[in-house]
Design a protein around this ligand. Structure first.
Ligand SMILES: Cc1ncc(COP(=O)(O)O)c(C=O)c1O
Length: 556
């Protein structure tokens, strides 16, 4: 470390500690003591006095230092450019210098506490110094979800349009909890969710012009929670206030864990959550017969079946529950059916995948996660309901301080009554930008590319006799494993577990795993926006290379 040059002319002492190279001048010199840490190195070396927003109680060059404004348009302009450059460089480097970005972070727990100060600074620090810390201290602790070699879980899809939408949202920072508090935020959400519903060919009753409508929840977990609450209140109006302990819900054993959590939050007794068994005979989709039997059995015992959660594209293996027969059962018993299509629902904007949500006509609610596979950066979870009043009745609040007069009362939506929280982000802006800046046909093609890349990987697996594809692939997820030798499933699980750990420890790719029928399964999910065929081919090469250690009995 060198002492940097304190070039400013303020009066008094400046401890401009300039770390390293670059210009890095101690930038602040009010009188009195000002600890300007001028870290010159890293991103964009400190030039001159550009950090003069630092307002100690003094003067710079004899001029009174302006009081710092939290939202200063000129500072925003200057620093916003720096930030955009930083982020653009990140994406470029992810592609050009993958060796510098282990896809799965390789740090150890607690690594950050050792390298960050114990307490917040009393005085402002320059953005460039902070970005230097991001590069050196934060980025090593990131798992690079946007890396082209990210194939774990389901992707968190980003795009320039989604990014710009987030940026605009952050900049405008309006809070549209009622129509009044930002009419455009509410009205755009209504319109954009109608657009998206039409792209998905959802039935008319999910449109704002029908009995229902759409709302953007933060996450899939929030989406399932609000519909469980709506369905619970609907049934309790009929069954009585004391019926909670009799209420029963159904889903498959592949359903996302958020369903159980939503039920527990909603007061549903844990023992009344029926998770129906699935297996390879239905490719892990919920068997309608099991549902019918469970409902009959529960009714015979005096329980009140009120909710079915079906999934199109399960988290584990992208299994698809058969909506047509499930919907018929739901309808015949008057049970609310929700369709969780968090991942695969996005693909249903393509006509060739739309068949997977055939039967959604009989659902009461449906959600997708546009942040998973519709290029709408985290987070954005559109939810549609068939009867908006069932949701509103469960969630509405009417405090005097939010009352307002409006000429066409029946035409306004107050989204606070469609969600848990009051405050809400202007997420439709982002979705609108994604839809407008790409157009539906490009979005369909992005999705098709991912599915084709997954198919490519599946072909590699199928051609190698040491491996096997474990489930029928519908979308961009391939479930596969090293095949058992001599039928030894335990040893097979162990080898696959080790293969996963070895492959991920290279930092070159990141894949994840699941368990199906007691088998340890590897998951290869395509969905990161930078992934191309060469990345898939390289990923397969890495997996194959490490697998040879097991295949030739060097290990185990
Ligand atoms: C099928 C399914 N449902 C729900 C969720 C939860 O979504 P979120 O993380 O947005 O709450 C996921 C997440 O992976 C999922 O795959």
């Amino acid at each position: 470390m060198e002492y940097g040059n304190s070039t400013e002319n303020g009066i008094g002492k400046s401890n401009g500690i300039g770390n390293g190279h670059g210009i890095g001048n101690g930038y602040v010199n009010g009188h009195g003591i000002c600890n300007g840490h001028g870290n010159g190195h890293g991103i964009g070396n400190g030039h001159g006095n550009d950090n003069c927003y630092v307002n100690c109680n003094g003067k710079v060059n004899g001029e009174k230092v302006k009081k710092m404004k939290p939202m200063d348009s000129e500072m925003l302009r200057e620093q916003g450019h720096i930030m955009v450059d930083f982020i653009a460089d990140y994406y470029k480097n992810l592609e050009d210098s993958p060796q510098d970005f282990p896809v799965l972070s390789q740090v150890q727990p607690g690594y950050l506490r050792d390298i960050l100060p114990d307490s917040a600074p009393d005085h402002p620090e320059p953005l460039k110094e902070l970005l230097h810390d991001v590069s050196k201290k934060i980025i090593p602790g990131l798992t690079h979800w946007q890396s082209p070699s990210y194939f774990a879980y389901y992707a968190s899809s980003t795009s320039v349009a989604g990014f710009l939408g987030e940026m605009l949202n952050a900049g405008l920072s309006v809070v549209g909890f009622t129509w009044l508090t930002s009419p455009a935020a509410t009205e755009l959400e209504v319109i954009v969710l109608d657009w998206l519903a039409k792209l998905l060919q959802l039935p008319d009753h999910f449109l704002s012009t029908g009995s229902g409508g759409g709302v953007i929840q933060g996450t899939g977990c929030e989406a399932v929670l609000v519909v469980v609450l709506a369905a619970r209140d609907r049934i309790m109006k009929k069954a009585g206030k004391n019926s909670l302990s009799q209420l029963v819900v159904y889903a498959s054993d592949q359903t996302h864990s958020s369903f159980r959590k939503a039920c527990l939050i909603g007061g549903i007794h844990e023992e009344n959550i029926r998770l129906l068994k699935t297996d390879s005979s239905t490719n892990y989709g919920m068997p309608p017969k099991s549902l019918e039997e469970a409902i009959s059995s529960d009714l015979a015992k005096g329980f009140i079946p009120f909710f079915i959660c079906a999934t199109v594209g399960t988290t584990s293996s992208a299994a698809v529950d058969p909506l047509v027969p499930l919907g018929k059962i739901a309808k015949s018993y008057g049970i609310w059916m929700h369709v969780d299509a968090a991942y695969a629902g996005n693909a249903c904007i393509c006509p060739e995948f739309r068949k997977h949500i055939d039967g959604v006509e009989n659902a009461d609610s449906f959600n997708i996660n546009a942040h998973k596979w519709l290029f709408a950066n985290q987070t954005c979870s559109p939810l549609w309901v068939k009867d908006r009043y069932s949701l509103i009745d469960a969630l509405k609040t009417n405090p005097e301080y939010l009352e307002y007069k409006v000429s066409k009362r029946d035409e306004v939506v107050n989204y606070k009554d469609w969600q848990i929280s009051l405050s809400r982000r202007f997420r439709s802006l982002k979705l609108w930008m994604v839809l407008r800046l790409y157009g539906a046909e490009n979005l369909r093609n992005f999705i098709r590319d991912h599915v084709n890349l997954a198919k490519h990987f599946e072909d590699y697996v199928a051609q190698d006799a040491h491996f096997e594809v474990v489930t029928t692939r519908y979308f961009s997820l391939v479930c596969f494993r090293l095949a058992p030798v001599d039928g030894d499933e335990d040893k097979c699980n162990e080898r696959n577990r080790e293969l996963l750990a070895t492959v991920n420890s290279t930092g070159k790719i990141f894949i994840s795993h699941t368990a199906l029928s007691g088998k340890f399964i590897l998951r290869f999910a395509v969905g990161a926006p930078l992934t191309e065929e060469k990345h898939v081919t390289e990923a397969w090469r890495i997996i194959q290379k490490h697998a040879t250690e097991f295949i030739h009995n060097k290990k185990k």
